[in-house]
Design a protein around this ligand. Sequence first.
Ligand code: COI
Length: 372
Amino acid sequence: MSGEVAVSTSGFEARLASNPLDAALRNEILANPGFGRYFTDHMVHVRWTRAGGWQRGEIRPYGPLLIDPASPVLHYGQEIFEGIKAYRHADGSVWTFRPEKNAARFRASARRLALPELDDETFLGSLKTLVAQDVDWVPTPKNEAEECSLYLRPFMIGNGKSLGVKPAAEVDYYLIASPAAAYFKGGGKPVSIWLSQHYNRAAPGGTGFAKCGGNYAASLLAQAEAESHGCDQVAFLDAAENKWIEELGGMNLFFVYRDGRLVTPALTGTILEGVTRDSILELARDAGLTPEERPISIDEWRDGVANGDIVEVFACGTAAVITQIGQLVTESDRIVTPPIEGEAVSAKLRKRLLDIQYGRSEDTRGWLMQLA
Ligand code: COI
């Protein structure tokens, strides 16, 4: 059921839910949202056709999609997505972090998947429109330790009746939103990572740099293998030599060296250009660290931990923020990062990042954009 059509100020047509979730039930969800389990009352939709280009967008009640059974997304995986968060500040206002980076990456992913590029104005407008409408779904952190936000998931699919292996002539862009707590359930404890020695995530010339569903589908079996070995996430090596560390199933990786270097695998086209990754590289310089983007091998990880050169390893991403890695488990050994004496570099960077995102410290780089 939906109400009257009205045109909203942001240029999206509004067809609002006549039965939004009751406030008491919503607050119950916000008290313990988990990750990706609950969704807000509305979603945004923008349609594209080869003949007519992008049409006017709409915000409408959250609900199932109408997809042609012969659509390219169902058969050939023509799909891309983004992950971005909305943070509530102490004064009640709601902000997002470097959304223009997500907009640009969404366009890059679209090009690789032969989907039409969505202009940044529509992408950013969709975030504003949905968050302004469903603003009561943005959780309020109880203290600085609590990491809660509204996770925004823009995505685009090839739709329409077409079994020929060719780009869709009808495409739909959607934005949905889900209140989120910390991605990992361990309450900030270092996580365990499984090294995938039989499966690769991406290969040169493939889609590794794009945020497309296929990359994540390809990680699921390896992720299941990780879980069967008691690990939280899987790490992938390069496809050519099975030697160079690439990234985790859904996060980038960093290594902290005793001498102050902060090393992360270089972007080679097979690694996702994480917004959190990029932000850490910038914040690292302020923290007196020396960032290095370069190839790092599994042997360097193993030897560096053994001889004390590598003192911390962490994962980062929009969902994971910055999460310490306690050990890497392989088929033949365990590379255990020793406990950190004093304040961990990863903890310092994490606090710096979250303080900016939640408006607790000055946003000197202009990284925040107000949504509501
Ligand atoms: C993100 O960090 O936003 C991701 O996309 C990772 C995962 C939840 C798919």
